[in-house]
Ligand binder design. Structure first.
Ligand SMILES: Cc1cc2nc3c(=O)[nH]c(=O)nc-3n(C[C@H](O)[C@H](O)[C@H](O)COP(=O)(O)O)c2cc1C
Length: 195
């Protein structure tokens, strides 16, 4: 698949059918994700892959984190939020949760975050080229202590995104972009010419 075709053809997918995704395809996506540019070759991305029954445990961990909310939340809010997250977690056969390593140096930490975001885009494009659907989601559920423990996320890492992956059961939804020209300033050549 041409790069242009992959970029223009990829769209976020939220609805998946129940077919499991072969592990080899998930591994292929990850092995392409890691070719993202990364300054000083820090390779800051860390992936946790949740599939099948592990999703039920993830959902349980989310419930535990919500229960430990500070300030506490009411029982009704806890139950409603847990159910919402349980459904979302089970909406895709695979969830790849992605964290970026952090550093004492704040610039390096920002670079690590940026490199990991680039790796996620690679992952999305790889999934699309393998005829899988995917969506990049965020949300605080991947930052709680119980969830992080379960996912073995490194202690000094920032959550960057969760890629929900599977076979699309969604009709194509065309999405809009403003043309690049509207968000671009071309610096006049005369302004940059040396005296
Ligand atoms: C950092 C980031 C966070 C996102 N979080 C969510 C999310 O929590 N829920 C969601 O439905 N989509 C999320 N998305 C996906 C965007 O909604 C989606 O990319 C946008 O609607 C454009 O659609 P497209 O990906 O099909 O071009 C996120 C995308 C990015 C880059």
């Amino acid at each position: 698949m041409l790069v242009e075709e992959a970029i223009l053809g990829r769209r976020s997918v939220k609805v998946f059918d129940s077919r499991p995704v072969p592990r080899s395809l998930i591994e292929q996506c990850l092995s392409l994700a890691i070719w993202a540019p990364n300054h000083k070759l820090t390779e800051p991305w860390r992936f946790s892959v949740v599939t099948g029954e592990a999703r039920a445990e993830l959902s349980h961990r989310v419930h535990q984190d919500l229960k430990a909310s500070d300030p506490p939340i009411s029982w009704a809010v806890l139950e409603a939020a847990s159910l919402k997250h349980h459904r979302k977690i089970h909406s895709a056969p695979v969830i790849i949760v992605v964290y970026a390593l952090q550093d004492d140096d704040s610039l390096r930490s920002r670079e690590n975050y940026a490199a990991t975001a680039a790796a996620i885009e690679n992952l999305l494009l790889a999934a699309h080229s393998l005829e899988l659907g995917a969506i990049w989601r965020t949300g605080s559920i991947f930052e709680g202590r119980h969830v992080r423990e379960f996912l073995h996320s490194p202690p000094r890492s920032l959550f960057v995104g969760a890629v929900y992956l599977g076979y699309s059961a969604q009709r194509d939804t065309p999405r809009r972009r403003t043309e690049a020209q509207s968000h671009t300033y071309w610096v006049p050549v005369s302004d940059t010419a040396p005296d």
